[in-house]
Design a binder for this molecule. Structure first.
Ligand code: ZN
Length: 342
């Protein structure tokens, strides 16, 4: 299995401000996780190039691209949680460019899969706005690039503990992109209710699994196996992109989920499994959130380990589910029933 690894020193030069949880050490933790899992040698390191204006403009407005460009060399606050430092623009261009390059190499057959260890993260950035630590929407730029290359069905699976409002917004009316998100709810950024399903031609192609705090490996496994898998299989994506945030980890200081290393391995298995059909195994995973350094290291190791092999389908952990899980499964399925018949 040829799995590309995108990382670059520039990603550590984006400084979100003193004491900010989205800090450069997160990437060192990511790399430590790969090393400790003994996986670094098995990954193919690739150099990172900046996204071009045309690539960004597929998902962002000219005003937004210009606004981020104008931060070059400056310290600027973009929203209450989001700041740019002198090198942030350069880092953000390369974070998006890494995903575009990964999509190119995976679709070109040079790689089977790719892992983009990038900062700043992307899934909160909307077409017109930086927010939630995100400047450009890296995964959306990658999905739009795959569409521009002629793909008709791209799945974006987002297991970051926050709802990827930016990705949802960008593809809200687009039936070519199936956006699936599991997230703590209600919680930042406030979107991601179960009845947010897309609009117009895109109706049914946004799938939200809002979750109360406290869900663990078993709950996530069942949510993804019993709700996400059947829908994604019916959609039959030609490429699977993953917004891989590790802030649902039990140790994460920002959120309240209880996912462990095993849970992230299982989520990675599901994502790889969704690429079984038309996607021919093609998966590009993109780092999003995750704020506990050990949690990131464990989760990154688990994810990379599953990307490097074709995992055998493992049974769901028989641990006791969260008391609300049966009702949640029912509500998620009910919301999707009009669009995806089992
Ligand atoms: Zn997050």
């Amino acid at each position: 299995m040829r799995v590309g690894l995108y990382d670059d020193p520039i990603f550590r030069e984006h400084d979100a401000g003193p004491g900010h949880p989205e800090r450069p050490e997160r990437l060192d933790a990511f790399r430590r996780g790969l090393r400790e899992a003994g996986l670094e040698a098995g990954l193919t390191p690739l150099s990172v190039r900046p996204a071009t204006p045309d690539e960004l403009l597929r998902v962002h407005t000219p005003r937004h691209v210009a606004q981020i460009e104008a931060t070059e060399g400056q310290n600027r606050r973009l929203d209450p949680d989001t700041a740019a430092s002198p090198r942030s623009h350069a880092a953000a261009l390369r974070a998006a460019g890494a995903v575009v390059d990964a999509v190119d190499r995976v679709l070109g057959g040079e790689l089977d899969r790719a892992l983009c260890a990038v900062r700043p993260p992307g899934h909160h950035a909307t077409a017109d706005r930086a927010m939630g630590f995100c400047l450009f929407n890296n995964v959306a730029v990658g999905a739009a690039h795959a569409l521009a290359r002629g793909l008709e069905r791209v799945a974006v699976v987002d297991f970051d503990v926050h709802h990827g409002n930016g990705t949802q917004d960008i593809f809200w009316r687009d039936p070519r992109v199936l956006y699936v998100s599991s997230h703590q709810y209600p919680y930042y950024p406030g979107t991601g209710a179960v009845d947010e399903v897309g609009e117009g031609e895109g109706r049914g192609f946004t799938v939200n699994l809002p979750m109360p705090a406290g869900l663990g490996d078993t709950d996530y496994a069942r949510a993804y196996r019993e709700v996400v898998e059947p829908i994604a299989r019916a959609f039959d994506p030609q490429l699977v992109l993953v917004s891989a945030g590790f802030d649902a980890h039990a140790k994460d200081p920002l959120a309240g989920m209880a996912v462990t290393r095993e849970g992230f391995a299982l989520l990675a298995d599901v994502c790889v499994g969704l690429a079984d059909g038309a996607a021919k195994g093609r998966v590009v995973a993109v780092f999003e959130g995750g704020y506990d350094l050990d949690g990131i290291a464990e989760s990154a190791g688990a994810l990379a380990g599953r990307l490097l092999e074709t995992p055998a389908r493992k049974g769901v952990d028989p641990a006791t589910p969260h008391r609300h899980l049966p009702a949640l499964l029912e509500a998620w399925r009910e919301a999707q029933k009009p669009f995806w018949r089992g």
